[in-house]
Design a protein around this ligand. Structure first.
Ligand code: NAG
Ligand code: NAG
Ligand code: NAG
Length: 286
């Protein structure tokens, strides 16, 4: 019996939760400051537009009335041909919850819930070089925009990005290559980007002497050095070749004499048991 009641309560709770969740999840709408937002559900004959708990517009028997309201004065509209309700000239303060109560079918009201967020569109970000030697540093600044993501790309590849921020906001990036860098500022209602391509001064292997005059000088000096080294080597080669030739000839005479003595010694040590060394054998050994 107790288990049964518990089951019942559990079922009731779950149902309530599902009901609550379905009511608590209004449709999300995005608006751009200064522009209009048109609510997706139309009202043909009768209904009302409610901001928070305040009714700001009413349609009765196909006639529209904007209710007196300081915030929305002159900005709540109804299009009789489409039945669309809208708010024009959006302000940041218009963000919030809205409800359209539709009683076109007089037997029952239908409720449509919305949550509107008004965004300031981004301005094109500005990019400046704050350090122009390797490693260079670029600074991207977005001057206007709400709920913005600022990102840096190198040759189209993502490098770094911010979480959601409000302008003004700066994002620096160190630069090691002379490549194309793009800063992108975006939010839900807009996207803008600025690209720069940096020079060799930002690359890893930056050469301090890159003037054409210096290059010529370096080439001339290098060629002269190479020629001098080659000439010296050639001269040295011939000099030492002659020297070696002489020593070698002298040495060969000496060593030939030594070999003769050695062979004679060997012949003696063998004591005549081995094969006597004939002049032919001798030449074979050599
Ligand atoms: C205005 O109403 C028409 C007809 O109901 C609908 O098709 C259209 O999508 C609405 N416009 C907007 C911007 O919601
Ligand atoms: C840099 O890259 C962006 C996007 O890839 C491109 O639109 C832009 O023209 C490039 N800029 C230069 C100077 O190459
Ligand atoms: C901005 O762009 C980034 C990268 O494309 C994206 O991940 C992000 O969702 C965008 N932000 C908004 C608010 O649309």
């Amino acid at each position: 019996m107790a288990t049964h009641s518990f089951r019942k309560i559990e079922y009731l709770m779950t149902s309530l939760l599902v009901l609550a969740v379905s009511f608590a999840l209004p449709e999300k709408l995005q608006g751009t400051m200064g522009d209009a937002v048109i609510f997706p559900s139309a009202v043909r004959k009768g209904g009302s537009l409610i901001n928070g708990f305040t009714t700001i517009g009413k349609v009765t028997n196909g006639q529209f009335t904007a209710l007196p309201n300081e915030q929305f004065r002159g900005r709540v509209q109804w299009d009789s041909s489409t039945g669309n309700l809208s708010i024009t000239g959006l302000k940041m303060g218009d963000s919030g919850t809205y409800e359209i109560l539709n009683n076109d079918d007089e037997t029952k009201d239908k409720s449509f819930q919305y949550h509107l967020t008004v965004y300031v569109p981004v301005l094109a970000p500005s990019v400046i070089v704050t350090h122009d030697e390797h490693p260079c540093k670029l600074l991207c600044t977005v001057g206007r925009g709400t709920q913005v993501t600022l990102s840096w790309y190198r040759e189209g590849e993502s490098l770094i990005h911010t979480p959601l921020v409000n302008a003004p906001y700066h994002l620096p990036v160190p630069v090691y290559e002379n490549e194309n860098y793009t800063c992108v500022a975006n939010n839900s209602v807009s996207i803008e980007m600025t690209s720069v391509t940096l020079g060799d001064e930002c690359a890893v292997k930056s050469q301090p002497c890159s003037d054409s005059d210096n290059t010529w000088l370096i080439v001339v000096v290098a060629l002269t050095s190479i020629m001098m080294v080659v000439s010296l080597s050639v001269a040295a080669y011939f000099y030492f070749k002659d020297e070696r030739h002489l020593t070698c000839r002298r040495r060969r005479c000496q060593s030939q004499g030594q070999e003769m003595t050695n062979i004679n010694g060997l012949h003696q040590a063998n004591g005549g048991e081995g094969v006597p060394l004939s002049p032919e054998n001798n030449s074979q050994v050599q």
